[in-house]
Design a protein around this ligand. Structure first.
Ligand SMILES: [Fe+2]
Length: 382
């Protein structure tokens, strides 16, 4: 749930026309089978037009079926393809996948994820997401949210590195952040005003044909269209891509250690996405700033380390990912609690995905694994 937006030329009333000679093609872009949030998009051309189709099967992801704490060095992966086919999945289950994109290539193709909402955290780089809703610029520190079914093209201006979470489970702003009017409440880490929406520009008339890659999970369906894809004359509603930048966040701090749910950015039924951001540490006179040991009995905890000094973890660098699994306990490595006493603040930026369903690593994840990490809590023998 975001907020009501109206841009461009739309009929005075839905399901009607203004100009008998130029009837706009109205598309209901909606969730929940006419019952969820939606936008109405008014196209100049037929949005259903398809000249030809072809199928391209994806390489099957193979899981490494072994639960252990892991540290991955994603900077070892390097650039790959573009924003669509360069998605390097590192953990997945039947619903959700996470991983990274490192690309400097803009594809001429358009893309539509048929199954999943998409959230990208921008680690570095600049560019934009072009869709019928307009141009959504991105910059470092942005979370880019793209609803399932959006047709878009990613314009990569400078080499860009993203950490992504993609899920067929609907991703949304946490329900407990919203009041009954759909406004984000006081006391939450970000506010409705902090949400940036696309700049609407109307039709982009281009000469076709156009390729739209529709992602169905195991395969891509390529649609060839003759009409321009970015042909919206206007839209209104509640469902559209947006960004929120971490600079806008006001992290919640406390006298004693605040647990990760206070840092939630997005939620779904089976996971949450959170952000640990620069903030003051707990202000009790004998507080322990780093997190206590925890046993995530029914969740897996993935953290992408973006920048700053990651005090509770040794050997971690920018673009590292750790996965702390259910069934095993984790916490500060030996000596870290003692070192942390007296620290007043942190400059860390880290993004967390806490999944209530198992997330299994891919073979690609295993290939960049820090072999020693599992044993980083080993007792020191003198
Ligand atoms: Fe943890």
């Amino acid at each position: 749930m975001v907020y009501y937006v109206k841009r461009g030329k739309v009929p005075e009333q839905r399901h009607t026309y203004n100009d008998r000679l130029n009837i706009q093609k109205e598309e209901l872009f909606g969730l929940g089978a006419f019952d969820g949030k939606y936008s109405l998009i008014y196209h100049k051309y037929d949005p259903a037009e398809v000249e030809d189709t072809s199928i391209e099967y994806k390489e099957k992801l193979s899981a490494v079926n072994l639960m252990e704490h892991r540290h991955l060095k994603t900077s070892l992966l390097g650039k790959l393809d573009n924003f669509y086919t360069g998605r390097q999945v590192l953990f997945f289950n039947g619903i959700t996948s996470t991983g990274i994109i490192d690309t400097d290539s803009t594809s001429n193709d358009y893309f539509r994820n048929a199954l999943c909402d998409e959230v990208f955290y921008v680690q570095s780089g600049k560019g934009s997401i072009e869709s019928p809703f307009g141009t959504l610029k991105y910059r470092p520190g942005d979370f880019i949210y793209i609803p399932k079914g959006t047709t878009y093209r990613a314009i990569i201006e400078t080499r860009s590195f993203f950490f992504f979470t993609i899920s067929s489970d609907h991703i949304d702003i946490p329900a407990n952040y919203m009041n009954r009017y759909g406004q984000i409440k006081e006391g939450m880490p970000y506010y409705t005003r902090d949400i940036e929406i696309p700049e609407f520009h109307g039709i982009t008339e281009e000469a076709g044909p156009f390729n739209v890659i529709v992602d169905y999970g195991n395969y891509y369906l390529h649609l060839t269209r003759n009409y321009p894809v970015l042909d919206a004359e206007g839209y209104d509603g509640y469902l559209y891509p947006f960004t929120i930048n971490i600079d806008k966040f006001a992290p919640i701090v406390g006298k004693l250690h605040m647990p990760p749910p206070v840092h939630t950015v997005f939620e779904s039924n089976t996971f949450m996405i959170g952000a640990f951001l620069p903030r003051l540490f707990d202000f009790h006179e004998r507080s322990i700033p780093v997190p206590y040991y925890h046993n995530n009995i029914d969740s897996d905890e993935l953290i992408f380390y973006s920048s700053g000094n990651f005090m509770s973890r040794k050997g971690i660098g920018e673009k590292s990912i750790t996965m702390h699994v259910h069934g095993m306990i984790h916490g500060p490595q030996p000596g870290v609690v003692e070192q942390s006493i007296g620290a007043k603040k942190t400059d860390e930026v880290a993004i967390m995905v806490e999944s209530y369903n198992w997330l299994l690593p891919t073979e690609k994840a295993e290939s960049i694994k820090d072999e020693d990490y599992q044993f980083s809590w080993k007792a020191k023998k003198d």
